[in-house]
Ligand binder design. Structure first.
Ligand code: UVW
Length: 340
């Protein structure tokens, strides 16, 4: 397949990993990086970095995303397969439960796929912006819109989360503990704030690392026991300041393979735009998902690991974080595992 674009967005890396690349910076998770991650395992302790997937609870963080709903599968005669005895055959002792779920894939602990956020950009240089995604993939033919499909199905035929799943997602990760320095009040963290923490704590961020930002937000969400207080959460914990060009420059230059936080969207949203004209509502989403192919992890539960690392004077760990291998999905819940 020839290149899909004539001009690429300023500051993007489209084409650098190949014209058909759908992995972005995950290409940096080489065997060497996996070994670097494994070298951080010293105690053999594992931490789940997932919230229970029915948290935050309700839908105050995003009115379009609802808690998961579990129910049982049904047999052709409509009987629920739940505490189900195979009564038609009295010689069997088995009792079966079999279930299904309606699940907003980005309700709780999640990865954003590269198909999650695109942009209006003139990639074919005809003077008119069109919708494009990372590496120049387009709605037609690369996406199916639910309103145009007879069965209402939506699908990203390119840049779906399954590519990330097939990659496996293992390597060295580093924790930057913003909560330790900035507490639980809302703070927009720009380049200076981030560098201060990284330098003060002596954190070495290497090319190909997965960067985790502990803000305490998911911990506050958990403390609300499934009844999140929207007002309090809007004022809670650190968020990255996507309007800070130096911060965006660092995200690129650092060479990180993935950017993860325990807050709602990694960055503040909406941010205060002070320039003129058309702009991205979510500048870090634009930079990471659209321009650089950096997957974003959101609402991870980082507090127990961050506290353990702090107590042991460590920052780096081995991270295993594959999403569901669900073809065509634009995001996925997951149960990331840190090993220290
Ligand atoms: C949006 O809210 C658009 O996405 P995210 O879950 O990545 O913050």
């Amino acid at each position: 397949m020839a290149r899909r674009w004539k001009q690429r967005p300023e500051g993007s890396n489209w084409g650098d990993f190949g014209d058909d690349d759908q992995l972005g910076r995950l290409n940096l998770l080489t065997p060497q990086k996996v070994l670097e991650g494994v070298a951080e395992v010293r105690q053999g302790l594992s931490f789940s970095l997932s919230l229970p997937l029915d948290f935050p609870g309700g839908n105050v963080l995003n009115p379009a995303r609802h808690p998961p709903r579990l129910t049982a599968t049904r047999r052709p005669d409509d009987k629920a397969v739940f505490l189900h005895s195979f009564a038609h055959d009295h010689n069997t002792t088995d009792v079966a439960c079999d279930d299904m779920v309606t699940l907003c894939l980005q309700y709780s602990t999640q990865w954003d796929a590269l198909s999650h956020i695109g942009s209006h950009f003139d990639a074919d240089q005809d003077g008119q912006a069109e919708i494009v995604f990372y590496n120049g993939f387009r709605p037609d033919p690369d996406f199916s819109h639910p309103d145009q499909a007879p069965d209402g199905a939506s699908r990203a035929h390119r840049l779906g989360i399954e590519h990330m799943a097939a990659k496996g997602v293992q390597g060295r990760a580093v924790m930057v503990d913003l909560r330790r320095h900035y507490g639980d009040a809302r703070r927009r963290v720009g380049y200076d704030d981030l560098m201060q923490v990284i330098e003060h704590d002596g954190i070495e961020v290497r090319r190909g690392d997965m960067l985790c930002l502990h803000t305490g937000f998911a911990d506050v969400v958990l403390s609300m026991q499934g009844r999140p207080d929207a007002g309090r959460l809007a004022q809670a914990c650190a968020v990255l300041d996507g309007s800070d060009a130096r911060l965006r420059g660092w995200v690129d230059e650092s060479g990180i393979a993935a950017l993860i936080a325990d807050n709602y969207a990694v960055e503040d949203r909406p941010y205060d735009f002070h320039g003129d004209g058309c702009h991205a509502l979510l500048p870090l989403h634009e930079l990471c998902l659209f321009k650089l192919g950096i997957h974003l992890g959101e609402l991870w539960h980082l507090t127990p690991l961050a506290e353990w690392l702090r107590q042991h004077g460590r920052h780096a760990f081995f991270l295993t974080a594959p999403p569901l291998r669900l073809p065509g999905a634009v995001g996925s819940p997951l149960n990331p595992v840190a090993t220290v």
